[in-house]
Design a protein around this ligand. Structure first.
Ligand code: NAD
Length: 423
């Protein structure tokens, strides 16, 4: 088991020393450690094979959140993100709930949905029953697409046929339910839908149009909960303020959007770090947040019988530990190794815990000092760099702005000018 790295000590180390600590704590392989030591770590020929018209790559910092206990196990979690504060927020939230045992997680399964859209069906109700009656034929076609998936315990799990009213009349929509195990599964289920489509056309005497997964992966829900003692969060007043703040996100889409953006700050950063599809996870999260007709918070905050602040989150989490770019991108592969997860389900559960941690920290900041105090202090270096500071000038400009109590572009420019004049 990985020992928790002391958060304060870890944060004060150099990037190189932090990586050494992570390598030691996780037993990371030499190849992965070497990959992470190389800052420009995506070779042009690999990148050129990943997308079309490749011209360059863009480097994003990777930080490690410390102090997380997930299901009783110490975790170091990599986050790839350009925004200040997120890694610190997750680590802070994790440290504050260690006394109650950290995060407890679960998952509804690893089943993805592929949709097949059929137009122009004369008798859609009868056609629906015709398809449902052919479940075993459909299972054979789907399972015939991917013997590797079957070897890993995945495959066809069931069928739904929906009749959807649209501006173009009634459409028949078939859902294939497929357990994609450790794969995110988009390519896997798309292949099945395409292979099956001609038979669906024959059976329904309709015209098959779309054959693609749904990103509303509501058969693949990751869940996380945790409790924070009042003495670890600044008192009962702060706890109650956080509950009241979250109540607004449960009722008001304007607040819910910002609340969920904060959650996705943590989630998308781990999704990106592990080479998973950020757009797929984000589309699933937001569609799930709106599933009851109005857009709501993905998290809920309440007071438990012991008086602790209790947080819970549930959202679709279509991530893989095989397939896509998870193994093709050498840095993602190394960072996936660093997470020490055994497969896609465990990764999804850790990511849900990170989402809850990030949400806790943002709410906590909002209900105490306000978001800008900590954020701007951490953002000060970016402001200094944007004003033109380089090397040791960055720290000098940050210190000057802190002394003046103003962190802004104009304050940075002025501080840089006087620093250069003095120098
Ligand atoms: P993939 O096709 O690269 O790999 C999946 C395959 O890996 C499986 O079909 C199986 O044959 C094999 N496999 C090996 N070990 C396995 C295991 N333990 N568990 C399960 N399968 C195992 O990738 P994918 O996951 O099917 O698709 C993901 C990619 O699809 C991502 O790059 C994503 O960006 C992309 N994509 C997304 C969308 C969307 O979200 N709307 C649409 C199209 C493509």
């Amino acid at each position: 088991m990985t020992q928790a790295l002391d958060a304060g000590v870890f944060a004060a180390l150099s990037p190189e020393a932090r990586l050494n600590g992570v390598v030691e704590a996780t037993g990371l392989s030499d190849a992965s450690a070497a990959q992470l030591r190389e800052p420009s770590n995506l070779a042009p020929d690999v990148a050129n094979h990943m997308i079309e018209n490749m011209i360059s790559t863009i480097a994003i910092p990777v930080g490690v959140a410390t102090g997380m206990i997930v299901d009783g196990r110490e975790r170091l979690v990599p986050l790839a993100i350009e925004e200040t504060s997120i890694v610190g927020f997750v680590s802070d939230a994790a440290a504050r709930c260690r006394a109650t045992g950290g995060f407890s997680t679960s998952m509804s399964g690893t089943v993805m949905i592929a949709q097949v859209q059929v137009l122009g069906v004369a008798n859609p109700h009868a056609a629906r029953l015709e398809i449902l009656a052919r479940e075993e034929e459909i299972r054979a076609i789907c399972d015939g697409c991917d013997s590797v998936l079957l070897e890993h315990g995945g495959g066809f799990r069931g069928l739904e046929v929906r009749l959807v009213e649209s501006s173009q009349g009634m459409m028949l929509v078939l859902h294939l339910l497929v357990d994609t195990r450790d794969a995110m599964g988009a390519n896997t289920v798309n292949t099945m839908a395409e292979r099956l489509a001609p038979r669906i056309g024959e059976w329904t005497k309709g015209t098959v149009l779309l054959r693609i997964l749904s990103n509303l992966a509501d058969r693949r829900l990751a869940r996380a909960r945790a409790a924070w003692r009042v003495e670890d969060i600044g008192g009962a007043q702060v706890r109650d303020a956080m509950v009241s703040a979250s109540a607004l996100a449960a009722s008001d889409p304007y607040r819910a959007a910002t609340n969920n953006k904060g959650i996705m700050n943590g989630i998308s950063a781990v999704v990106l770090a592990t080479g998973n599809d950020t757009r797929a996870v984000e589309a699933g999260a937001h569609a799930f947040a709106a599933r009851e007709g109005s857009y709501r918070s993905l998290s809920h905050w309440e007071v438990d019988p012991e008086g602790n602040l209790s947080g819970a989150i549930e959202l679709p989490m279509a991530v893989g530990t095989v397939g896509g770019a998870t193994r093709a991108h050498p840095t993602a592969r190394a960072l996936l190794e660093l997470t020490q997860v055994s497969g896609a389900e465990e990764l999804a559960r850790v990511i849900a815990a990170v989402g809850l941690a990030q949400n806790f920290a943002a709410l906590h900041a909002l209900c105490t000092d306000g978001i800008q105090k900590g954020h701007m202090a951490r953002h000060a270096a970016n402001v200094a760099i944007e004003a033109g500071a380089t090397g040791p000038e960055v720290e000098a400009v940050v210190a000057a702005m802190a002394k003046r109590g103003t962190i802004s572009a104009s304050a940075a420019r002025e501080a840089l000018r006087s620093h250069r004049e003095e120098a």
